[in-house]
Write a protein of this length. Sequence first.
Length: 498
Amino acid sequence: MSVSTPRHAVQGPNRWAVLALLGVAQLMVVLDATIVNIALPSAQRALHFSTDSRQWVITAYALAFGSLLLVGGKLGDLFGRKWTFIAGLAGFSVASAIGGLAQSFGMLIAARALQGAFGALLAPSALGLLTVTFQGSADRPKAFGIFSAIAAGGASVGLLLGGILTQAISWRWCLYVNLAIAVPTAIVALRLLGNERQANRAPIDLPGVVVASAGLFALVYGFSNAETRSWSAPLTIVALAVSAVLLTGFIALERRAPHPLLPLHIVWDRARGGAYATIALAGSAVFAVFLFLTYYLQQNVGFSPLKTGLAFLPMTVMIVLTATTVQTRVLHRTGAKPLVMGGMTLGIIAMVLFTRLTPHGDYATQVLPGLILTGLGMGCIFAPAFSTATLGVKNHDAGIASAMVNTSQQVGGSVGTALLSTIFASAAAGYAATHIHSAAVANAASIHGYTTAFEWAAAIFGLGLLVATLILPTDGAARARTAHAEATTDLKLSLETS
């Protein structure tokens, strides 16, 4: 059972200050996943590493972040999310400074892994603080709408900011910029946030920590290795097999653990489990938009890095508008299920539109319609899914429930990137092998690879639609009202005892 400090939750107008603070931190974590993508070619020239090694700048972050998220969320529950949030900001800023100063490829990789580790501490703390701060509040839907819009749209903001910094100053500023965000945010957090922690802290489930972290590491590594090597590579097969064994063993461990790292009732709940699954599937599919459209716009259409970033802005605008509207005006009437189903359907249509890409295509007719539909779909999926995934959890479980949201998004993105990149490479190589070699054929082969990958992305959205239809409960609106009433009662009782 958790007890509260006198400042159990932030009341009144300070709630919106807390939301702004958490939104800035979440934006930093999310945009860092894409801002470095734009900087990679320049970093490669400066540090003289091979194209084959370039993927590890992305993978090092994903491995540390994905494998440590559950641990980061649990630490927040045990020791207080204020301090894990501030520690995450401080560590992330130091790691970013090291990366910006990197004089070798190894130093850059180490800094990216360190960023991922502190990001795993920061991200679930931010969502957990949001859950507790707006618990029992009529403003909860609006707050989650804004936060989920940041989480879903931050990646495209990273592309824009990366293009500006790389083109105007240096690739190193794609890392230094985190200091300008993290340091002031940490200083404000010290004064603004109250802390809540368990009075009688249970011992940390060390076997669960080791098995879960190792299993998630092996899973992300296996898919990353498949992307850079092949699915038949021995290391890929071994890593994926080990991850399956470890994650299965983790579930068995948590069933018997007196103080589990991940209480299984959190994920066995139908609504929350369905939300985690749809977040993972949508994340894996939408990464195709960021990955392949970035290459297409720069290599085939001839856009600069800055212009490529600007090209994604319409999608970001649609995500923000849709997420906030859905969360505040629609979700309480319909529940999450029809909204997520609608978002998945829009995702399918958008991916089908992207299969019509042609060499030197027109942005306004071939790219923009799909981007707008993707933004609408992501707003309909992520806003209700983020809210549902943390709805009704007790305060002492808010961190681990939030960590599952981030884990679903991160692992889904890693799996989707590896799977779709492999499909792209195979389709492009197959096309080139059956046609006469020329510059035009090379261009056509890449387009064939992109369109094939988008076909598979449409299929992933289709699987997401099936999962939302079969798993998410149909009484979502009633559930939301009940959970809201329960949360209000819990908050009143907690304030009376504090």
